[in-house]
Structure formats: C-alpha cells, structure tokens
Design a protein around this ligand. Sequence first.
Ligand code: NAD
Length: 375
Amino acid sequence: MELAAGENRVAMTPDSAKQLQKLGYECLVETGAGKKAGFADAAYEEAGVTVVADAAALWAQSDIIAKVRIPTDAELGHMTPEKTLITFFNPGGNAEGLELAKEKGGNVIAMEMVPRISRAQKMDALSSMANIAGYRAVIEAGNNFGRFFTGQVTAAGKVPPAKVLVVGAGVAGLAAIGTSTSLGAITYAFDVRPEVAEQVESMGAEFVYLDFEEEQADGSGSGGYASVSSPEFREAQLAKFRELAPEMDIVITTALIPNREAPELWTEDMVASMKRGSVIIDLAAEKGGNCKLTVADEKIVTENGVTIVGYTDFPSRMATQSSTLYATNIRHMMADLTPEKDGKVVHNMDDDVIRGATVAYQGEITFPPPPPKTK
Ligand code: NAD
C-alpha cells in the first residue's frame, strides 16, 4: 500500500496482474492496496493474485516489488541483493535513497528515468501521468469556474464561451488543450518550442505568437524539452501574457524546464488584472509554480476573486485511470525484463531502456545513466 498521504494509486491492477502471470510470474498484493483506486481484494483474487496481510509479508515474499511513490527508508530497508524494486524514485533529488539502495544491494528501476525514445513509449509513466494531469486540470478548472465552457444561445439568455489559455504545450499541456477544446472553450496555447504550434492548431486551439523581433525564438533544448529563455524573449512573453490576462477566464500553466525550478510566467499584476471568477490551475506547483501566487497543494482565492489551484496530485485524483495506465507501464517494463516469459528477470544493462531507468544495480549507484544509443 502506498504510504504517502493522499496517494490513491496502486502499481498493479487485476488486469495487469493477468498479463504479469502470462510472463510467468506469481502475483501478490497487500490487502487493501487497490481499494482507493477502485480495485477490491476480491477482484485481485479473481485475477489469480494472492492477497497478503501486510507490507512486511509482501516484501518478504516477493522478488520484484512494484510501487508508485518514492520509497521511504523503511521500505528500502526491506531490499536485499536478490530483489528488484520498480517505482518512481526521483533519483536526481534522492541521494539518501540511492545510498540506501546501494547499501542494501538490490536493483532499483526508477520509472521517471525511462528514456523518451520511441521503443520505450509504452513504459513512459511520466507521459501517462502528465496526460491525466492535463485532462484533470481542465476538469478542476471547470469545477471552480461558475460558467459553461461552451457558448450557448438559450431561451434564458446568451452565454459567451469561456476563454482558456494553456501555457506550455508538452504532454500535459496538449492533454489540457484537447480537453478544453472538446468542452467547447475558445482555447489559446503558448510554448517556447515553436514546433508545437502545428500540434496546437490541429487540436482546434490558437497558438499565441509573440511580437518578438526574431519571430518566435526557438526555445527548444535537447531531447524535445525546453531551454531557458533569453531575458528579451521572456519580456516579450510576459508582455503578451499581460495583454491576454484580463480576457482569459481560465489559465492552465504547465511550463517546465528539466532539472530546474518552474519558470515564473504569471505574475502578481497579471493575476490582479484578471476578471473576478477566473481560475488558474498551476500544474507546475510542485516545482515552485508558474504563477507567482501559487501555493503548492492548496487552493486559494485572491482578493480580486481569482481562484488559484496548486494541487500536485492530479493523477492520484483520478486513481482508477492513473493506476490502470501506470500498471500497464510497469507490466511493459516487466515484459522487457523477462525476455523468455519464464518468470525470471534478466536485468540486461546493455538494453538502453533498462540501463537508462536503472538507478541502483548490484550494490552500485548507476545514476545518472549514459545517453541512450537508439532513438
Ligand atoms: P515538460 O513537462 O518538461 O515541459 C512542459 C512544457 O513546458 C514543454 O512543452 C516546454 O517546452 C514548455 N515550456 C518550458 N518553458 C516554457 C516557457 N517559458 N513558456 C512556455 N512554455 C514553456 O515537457 P514534457 O511534457 O514532459 O515533454 C516535452 C516534449 O518531450 C514533448 O512535447 C515531446 O516532444 C517530447 N516527448 C517525447 C517522448 C518520446 O519520444 N517517447 C515522450 C514524451 C515527451
């Protein structure tokens, strides 16, 4: 069972357990582990899974342990050189966990480290969770917004459509754009990577171009991620946002740059210029937020009546869906680790995906990995 407060997800579902059994594994689950995600013990039993009484028994009886959140010291304390742990691990910010894993001698696969190459898309848990966060951000916005998304002409009056701005059109941003346009809002999107303009437009949203001398400067960094903007570009971006702020009903911010605090893009004066009843959903809250006023894990309402949501657990708020996708990511990772489908792990460190995601291996810390050899 996940120990983090408010975490509702589970790393194995009855369906994924059936697939794991086809790989030759016997599956166990801690009693109640799937309950908050909508998977009862009985459903696991029906799928051929053994339900065990507590976490200690589960760790003791298992060779491979799949979980969602960064393991606690106590959880890592259960590791032995024979065990493999598959989980989100935050290896870049978890030196203590890496040291403990090294000391215990087991193998640790960090799901956020799955390389973003085509072959590994089915194991890309960051993308599957970001997709859910983007969708849920729009639902959350709707829940806090007092009007329709779509415009309507009714006998009781004419309703204008909501205007939604999505900042950052990566995986979460594109999911938010798709959800927003499908609900009928007039949707705008901005990203520093100009190559996403076409994708944004193909989803029925309008890409926001800047009045910047060198056209839309290319903010693309390596591996499909963004790089830090120049001060001039940032000024042009903020000027455009200042112009848009009074018009927007909903702003969803998703802008991130790898290994950095989130760029601050929605300033106090922009919030102050927004209409009463407007909503900001800051998906970058965990990394400090794109909006100056965001408070992580909280919802606040400003004096001028703007709601700012800084929840960091959107996937957990849709635990059935997120567990289903995460468990599928895990079982694909297990398929890679089990080439003979004989219930035996072959931890092939020459495989780009396995090597990339392995952060501790046979008593060594193996993070950061070398760059993948394939695309
Ligand atoms: P991310 O979460 O790191 O960032 C979210 C978005 O914020 C990105 O689109 C980024 O360009 C944007 N951003 C950064 N600074 C900004 C700023 N100042 N203003 C506006 N936007 C800003 O990114 P992500 O969603 O994890 O993925 C980014 C890209 O990686 C994807 O669009 C895709 O091209 C690529 N990707 C590839 C694979 C694969 O090949 N398997 C999988 C997932 C993603």
